[in-house]
Design a protein around this ligand. Structure first.
Ligand code: SF4
Length: 315
């Protein structure tokens, strides 16, 4: 499948069937911790990157192929910023007609200052935007946004969305050691969250290959500090464990590429995922992944990760 992947285990959404409506890596931010490589170039253009009817046809097929109970959420999670697909609102509404499963949208939230984006996302059951900084300087340093983006637009957009949105608003804060895990930075994030009134704040740490090699997760103290400062609705989200569904590809190789393009995997996680296949198939798949040029191995956080080869990770 080209646009639909998984289900994959998600930290918040159980077994999540992913819908990716974007080419790698179509984004208006270039976060230092991004697991998908650098945004080259940054784009803030909304358009129909892939035909919406093709996407919905695949979603329909994927939903039919899975037994009830296999999927907990259907999640729009792009190889970039989901709201850049010009038909996102239409896609959400179509999925809601196809299934009673809840629909989530993972977004950086940067375009929520636009009323039409807020209207489009209103059909989702949960929206998970990002807020990694409590001031403009740190926002530029961590998220490295497109010049049309600003911290004011981000925070005002999030607050306006909260005022209109009836679903669950779960704000993600990705902590990077030495940048936004200090007491001062966390108090500023808490102040910025005040008018947004999220239902939950999810404290995350980089556990996939961060694009910038110097990015480090916070230490235990930093995590506890964040939990204490970000208030009662804040909770620490630990890396998910669970099974990756590889049935969606035309071949095992294609299925693995479909997942690692959106979700780079630790080498041990990939081998674990392949454990139901014969050792010969596993060896052939890993060898072919390396030889085909469709995948690359990236070393980050002292670990080997498998990722899609077009993703750009500086040495
Ligand atoms: S983490 Fe998300 S918002 Fe940030 S650069 Fe990557 S895709 Fe874009």
């Amino acid at each position: 499948m080209k646009y639909v992947f998984g289900p994959v285990p998600s930290r918040r959404l159980g077994q999540s069937l992913g819908i990716d409506p974007l080419p790698l890596k179509t984004c208006n931010w270039n976060c230092v911790y991004c697991q998908l490589g650098r945004s080259l170039p940054l784009t803030n253009q909304r358009r129909e990157y892939f035909p919406r009817k093709e996407i919905i046809t695949e979603v329909e097929q994927a939903l039919k192929a899975h037994a009830p109970g296999d999927i907990d959420w259907v999640t729009f999670v792009g190889s970039g910023e989901t709201t850049l697909h010009a038909s996102l609102g239409w896609l959400i509404r179509q999925v809601k007609e196809l299934t009673h499963l809840p629909v989530a949208v993972i977004t950086n939230g940067s375009l929520l200052y636009l009323p039409e984006i807020r209207r489009e996302l209103s059909a989702a059951d949960a929206v998970l935007p990002s807020l990694d900084a409590g001031n403009a300087r740190l926002y530029r340093k961590i998220n490295r946004p497109h010049p049309e983006m600003s911290f004011k637009r981000l925070t005002e957009g999030l607050a306006a969305f909260r005022n209109e949105y009836q679903g669950k608003l779960w704000v993600e804060v990705m902590l990077v050691r030495g940048l936004n895990d200090t007491e001062e930075a966390l108090h500023e994030i808490a102040a910025a969250l005040d008018p947004i009134r999220p239902d939950e704040v999810h404290i995350l740490q980089p556990d996939r290959p961060p694009v910038e090699p110097w990015v480090q997760p916070p230490d235990e103290e930093g995590l506890l500090r964040a939990r204490a400062i970000l208030g009662e609705v804040a909770r620490l989200i630990h890396p998910a464990c669970g099974s990756f569904d590889l049935s969606g590809g035309e071949s095992l190789l294609e299925a693995v590429i479909g997942i690692i393009t959106r979700h780079p995997m630790r080498e041990d996680e990939l081998i674990e995922t392949l454990k139901h296949y014969s050792p010969a198939d596993v060896l052939a798949t890993l060898t072919e992944l390396e030889k085909s040029g469709k995948a690359q191995v990236v070393e980050r956080l002292g670990t080997r990760f498998w990722s899609a080869s077009p993703a750009h990770y500086p040495e």
